[in-house]
Design a protein around this ligand. Structure first.
Ligand SMILES: NC(=O)c1ccc[n+]([C@@H]2O[C@H](COP(=O)([O-])OP(=O)(O)OC[C@H]3O[C@@H](n4cnc5c(N)ncnc54)[C@H](OP(=O)(O)O)[C@@H]3O)[C@@H](O)[C@H]2O)c1
Length: 349
């Protein structure tokens, strides 16, 4: 007999909370308990998430240890800094999955430098595919009671480059990543630069010059994959789409390595991964092909004249970039098949 899994979702009125509700709804054993948030407490969920018809009549309640108590799983989809405090008040036996940044970084110094404030500690990292010294991160997630879901940009860049770093076919000291990002990555908050009148006809860079908060997390991951002295120039750009990340990641080809060896590194790394797909040679990832799906599409080639490996990856920032990674990690933590409830089919065109 299958066991039901009761799940509370905090931040249910936001983009990530809404996507957690949509994605987790596809899991055959998930039953939603409390749906919590902050300023929207007391509203019907359908006011804030009109696309979630099956949950439209549920009432959002305030986020407290009491409203989140009594569930098998609590998913936190709160602004960074808010989840550390509430998570510390949840029982040790509850599986808490944090989609925010509070528990991702191992280094308290990196937290202080990029986020500021007190570091909430480090939880098992919710990227099952991450290459580690002993295998893959999924091995560390089995039985976990606390999971830190990766940042969306971090997922796109890590999955793009980790095979090359792990196999030693790229030089990790000179990585350049430029990303095209959909607006939902910024959350629902109101800001002038996020208005349609500013963004619909424009592409614009942000977090430029080594200050973006996802940088230390990328360095941490590529270090996990075997990279020494990882250095990255990372620049995201907002482009007029609601969802999606297209990452272009390049790094110098390591000395004496052939193009065939480069391709073999990516083929080997992702041959058995259910959600990370190296496309046939010559086919380039598009964000559109990942929308709504828990997939990361990857292509790699060598620019011989530049002496650099060029990798393109595409994800849906709200699915593989967060809510899908949360469900995938929950499955592993609870000993369920990793792919249960997760979508390989995108929405196209
Ligand atoms: N957007 C993405 O693509 C993405 C991807 C990966 C990770 N993340 C991370 O996921 C988290 C949520 O992002 P988002 O894009 O969903 O943001 P969002 O759309 O702005 O939603 C924020 C949610 O948090 C609630 N909230 C705000 N302050 C709170 C507080 N003090 N206590 C309890 N609830 C509070 C809000 O509730 P009210 O509306 O009721 O005030 C809302 O439900 C962030 O940490 C973000 O960095 C986002």
């Amino acid at each position: 007999m299958r066991m039901a899994i009761s799940v509370a979702v905090s931040g249910a009125s936001g983009y990530v909370g809404g996507e957690v509700l949509r994605v987790f709804s596809e899991h055959p054993d998930v039953e939603f308990g409390s749906l919590t948030a902050h300023s929207s407490a007391g509203d019907l969920l359908g006011v804030h998430q009109p696309h979630l018809r099956t949950l439209a009549d549920r009432t959002i309640v305030e986020t407290t240890p009491e409203t989140l108590a009594g569930h098998d799983v609590v998913v936190l989809a709160l602004p960074h800094g808010a989840s550390g405090e509430i998570a510390a008040q949840l029982p040790a036996e509850t599986l808490v999955i944090d989609c925010g940044a509070d528990h991702r970084l191992a280094s308290a110094e990196a937290w202080a430098e990029y986020y500021g404030g007190e570091h909430s500690g480090t939880w098992p990292y919710g990227m099952p595919e991450l290459i580690t010294a002993s295998g893959h991160q999924r091995d560390s997630l089995a039985g976990a009671k606390r999971i830190a879901v990766p940042g969306c940009n971090v997922t796109a860049v890590t999955l793009a480059l980790q095979p090359g770093v792990s196999a030693g076919v790229v030089d990790p000291t000179d990585i350049v990543a430029v990303l095209a990002n959909g607006y939902s990555g910024a959350g629902k908050k109101l800001a002038t630069n996020l208005l349609a009148s500013e963004g619909l006809g424009a592409a614009s860079a942000y977090g430029v010059g080594g200050v973006h908060r996802h940088i230390p997390e990328i360095v941490q991951n590529l270090g996990s994959a075997g990279g020494e002295d990882v250095r990255i120039s990372f620049t995201p750009t907002l482009v007029p789409m609601a969802r999606g990340i297209l990452a272009t990641v390049t790094a110098p080809l390591a000395q004496g390595v052939t193009a065939d060896e480069v391709r073999a590194a990516w083929e080997t790394a992702y041959a058995d991964e259910p959600f990370v797909h190296l496309l046939p040679e010559g086919q380039w990832p598009t964000t559109a092909a990942t929308l709504g799906a828990n997939t990361c599409l990857v292509q790699v080639t060598v620019d011989e004249k530049a002496g650099r490996v060029v990798v393109i990856s595409a994800i849906d920032n709200l699915v593989k970039g967060t809510a899908g990674a949360a469900l995938q990690s929950m499955n592993v933590a609870l000993g369920r098949p990793e792919t249960t409830g997760l979508q390989l089919r995108g929405v196209a065109p």
